[in-house]
Design a binder for this molecule. Structure first.
Ligand SMILES: [Zn+2]
Length: 388
């Protein structure tokens, strides 16, 4: 006979079990999974918060069932239980296992763009929805590619500025990198995104835990499960950033990359629109070598300048190099100039490959312009011409 184990989250107050997981609901779940209306139930009280989770054992298979929240206080609260359930499912040692999600009758709109995005991530991560047809007007489709995830995520992001906490990109070594914040609700989204992408990517994966102040790592179980999938997890704290600043001029600083993704969006050369992430890098406006040489600034402040999202743009390899050797210059109002009195065919090449002649206004913040001033004060602008 199907046997349910109800995890303790539902049992914190004794009435909750009766209110939420009624026998009618359990019968419905059992019917949908096993085809049988009869079942036995007991409780698991080991003190963990297991994320609105029940398990069902039947014919040698263990099925993890995560139940939706009733109250839609915020979009994050609705999804905070599921990733914990997914983590527990991955920790299950039996190979005969399934992960399912069951909609309890909702109290609010559960079909916003963000909700649909999250359902699709859940399905991509291997989740079966037991009763989606009863609650959603269109079926949930899993993502086929990481590019689809990024594209839809950006669509959501433009309508919800400031809500983004996780970014996905590919670096020059063809490694897929996930940059995630790890506090509050962000940790749930980061965990789910990581486990969903793992199912569909061919790339090596790195997860960067972006720290702010004393905020913590991902929850230990989630971290273990992600590492067990072969993902390299790197914590970006100030010690690591300091080492990166000293050894490599912050070129591979995770926090710098995170800050640029947050300010500029996905990698795209600002001078030629190239979007091939493997050949695009964060280019410092005020170069780190100059920051290091600056007088009267303490080390902590210097590090902040080196990893500031306002101190950078995305450039492709060619434009990064041309910018670094000052064959290109950005004026304080964001126009692009090139160095004259060089070989004519070199001038022609630079003008040909530089299709954009102006840095977009939203990049030209006050801090950005201050960094430009620090850079340009060493250059003679009269030796540069506007690109025709
Ligand atoms: Zn370029």
């Amino acid at each position: 006979m199907p046997h349910f184990t109800i995890k303790n989250r539902f049992q914190k107050r004794s009435e909750l079990y009766e209110d939420i997981l009624t026998r009618d609901i359990l019968r419905d779940v059992s019917l949908r999974i096993t085809g049988r209306p009869d079942f036995t139930v007991d409780f698991d009280n080991d003190g963990y918060n297991k994320g609105r989770l029940a398990t069902l054992e039947y014919q040698g298979t263990i099925i993890y069932i995560s139940f939706s929240e009733f109250e839609i206080r915020s979009r994050n609260s609705f999804f905070q239980s599921f990733p914990s359930a997914l983590v527990r499912y991955h920790q299950e040692t039996s190979t005969n296992k399934r992960i399912c999600f069951y909609f309890l009758p909702p109290n609010g709109n559960i079909q916003t763009d963000y909700f649909i995005f999250m359902y699709r991530l859940m399905k991509t991560a291997g989740t079966e929805f037991l009763n989606e047809a009863d609650h959603l007007t269109t079926p949930i489709t899993p993502f086929n590619s990481v590019a689809d995830i990024i594209a839809l995520r950006d669509l959501n992001r433009s309508r919800n500025t400031g809500n983004a906490s996780t970014y996905v990109t590919v670096n020059e070594n063809d490694t897929l990198q996930i940059y995630g914040k790890t506090y509050g609700a962000n940790k749930y989204e980061t965990t789910l995104l990581c486990l969903a992408i793992y199912e569909i990517t061919q790339y090596e994966m790195e997860l960067y835990e972006i720290q702010e102040g004393n905020l913590r790592l991902l929850p230990a179980l989630a971290r273990q499960v992600i590492i067990a999938r072969g993902v390299t997890v790197i914590t970006s704290d100030l010690t690591l950033e300091q080492e990166e600043y000293e050894a490599n001029d912050s070129l591979r600083s995770p926090t710098y990359t995170y800050n640029l993704l947050e300010k500029l969006g996905d990698k795209k050369c600002v001078l030629c629109d190239c979007e091939i992430p493997q050949i695009i890098q964060g280019a410092h406006i005020w170069p780190v070598v100059s920051i290091k040489r600056a007088n009267n600034i303490n080390q902590d402040r210097k590090l902040q300048y080196a990893i500031d999202g306002d101190n950078g743009i995305w450039l492709c390899n060619n434009h990064h190099k041309l910018f670094d050797i000052n064959m290109l210059l950005i004026t304080d109002d964001g126009q692009i100039k090139y160095k004259t009195n060089i070989e004519e065919n070199h001038e022609d090449y630079i003008c040909d490959v530089t299709s954009n002649h102006q840095i977009p206004n939203q990049i030209l913040t006050q801090s950005f312009v201050e960094y430009l001033d620090k850079r340009n004060r060493l250059l003679d602008e009269s030796r540069y011409s506007f690109i025709e």
